[in-house]
Design a binder for this molecule. Structure first.
Ligand code: B12
Length: 312
């Protein structure tokens, strides 16, 4: 029964598989890649297994395979193919073995950084796009990004990458991370959570990761972006009246964090919670709480459940 399983709109499938709605429709029409369910009004609805198939097909196409060669393959073989790319695309050392296939996953981070070092934006985006599809948005954000950025941090400390390389990678990651929260797909009474960072906090990727986790847990994410003065945030929050304000602190001195939260607490009514996250978030600041990703997600799921039972 359609009603009993989770289904997705074509827009959501496009977002989660990194394909356009146009491509999805074309693949259905030309190659019959999946047969979508239909709502009462005749609109396409897709199941979890359809989503997985589009993600794998997209990744396999990105990896150099032709869609016409893929349509007959089952999920297991597709998964194998999607995890491989032609050697020329993986790394330079292997490129003399032209036409061979090699496993992508263990090298994906190295590969992305390699292209970024050459300032090859097209291939950086392609590599990250493949990982996004293969792993899914959630694992991409919580695992792949963390591993990649930790490596970038180490190389940066060792003076092995330039600022341009770091910026290229950050920009490519940011554009993928921004895709993963889409207000149109949240429930009408979802708890709103506003995300931002203080004036001098440029680090934004952790904020976007946290915002994605919040969206997955059922929150309506309002992302103000980084580096906002407390007064500006206070005014925006008063307008939106969210359940919580989530701040990311990666490189902010304790005194600044304290003053920032104090300023906000003076502006905001008590029921609006202030959550602090990020590697530098301090536990000993009055008027707010430090939360990890899991804790924040659990908090949001709890409110979602309470609101759902109140309306049913
Ligand atoms: C990319 C990067 C930058 C980029 C940021 C680009 C961007 N658009 O975001 C740029 C070039 C701007 C930058 C600048 C600087 N950086 Co920098 N940067 C990094 C790097 C490589 C990755 C940061 C990152 O995105 N981390 C990945 C995410 C996944 O981690 P995270 O932010 O901690 O977030 C995680 C959790 O904490 C949590 N989380 C984050 N926010 C929130 C919020 C909530 C509510 C919740 C629940 C959870 C949560 O979720 C995330 C997932 O696990 C790190 C190295 C590293 N190892 O992290 C250094 C690093 C963070 N940078 C550092 C420094 C020192 C700087 C500079 C001062 C360097 C300089 N001399 O100019 C400037 C400061 C600029 C400023 N004023 O803010 C230090 C910070 C050290 C510290 N805290 O004491 C690091 C650790 C590098 C190092 N080892 O020295 N940087």
């Amino acid at each position: 029964m359609v009603e009993q399983q989770k289904t997705y709109s074509i827009g959501k499938i496009a977002q989660l598989s990194n394909l356009s709605a146009h491509t999805i429709r074309a693949w259905e029409r030309r190659y019959n890649v999946v047969t979508p369910l239909r709502s009462d009004g005749g609109t396409r609805r897709y199941t979890e297994s359809h989503l997985k198939r589009f993600q794998l097909l997209g990744a396999a196409v990105d990896a150099g395979h032709r869609i016409s060669d893929l349509v007959e393959l089952d999920q297991a073989i597709l998964a194998q193919l999607a995890g491989t790319v032609r050697t020329r695309a993986v790394d330079r050392q292997a490129s003399n073995r032209k036409g061979e296939y090699v496993t992508l996953d263990p090298r994906s981070v190295t590969e992305a950084i390699g292209y970024a070092k050459e300032l090859d934006a097209t291939n950086v985006e392609r590599c990250l796009g493949i990982q996004y599809r293969l792993l899914g948005a959630s694992t991409f954000r919580t695992h792949f990004c963390r591993v990649l950025l930790t490596r970038v941090g180490t190389l940066w400390e060792q003076g092995e990458i330039s600022m341009a390389t770091e910026h290229l990678l950050s920009a490519a990651l940011k554009s993928l991370l921004l895709r993963t929260f889409d207000a149109s797909s949240t429930a009408a009474n979802a708890p709103k959570v506003v995300f931002t960072t203080p004036d001098d906090e440029q680090h934004e990727l952790g904020l976007l990761i946290a915002a994605g986790v919040a969206a997955d847990a059922g929150a309506e994410v309002i992302n103000l972006g980084p580096q906002l003065p407390a007064d500006v945030v206070g005014r925006a929050v008063l307008k939106q009246h969210p359940f919580a304000l989530a701040l990311s602190m990666v490189n902010v001195p304790l005194g600044t964090q304290r003053a920032y939260v104090r300023r906000l607490r003076n502006i905001l009514p008590d029921p609006i919670q202030i959550w602090l996250g990020g590697a530098d978030a301090r536990n000993d600041i009055a008027g707010c709480e430090v939360l990890g990703l899991e804790e924040m997600a659990a908090r949001i799921r709890e409110v979602v459940a309470v609101r759902a039972s109140a309306t049913s």
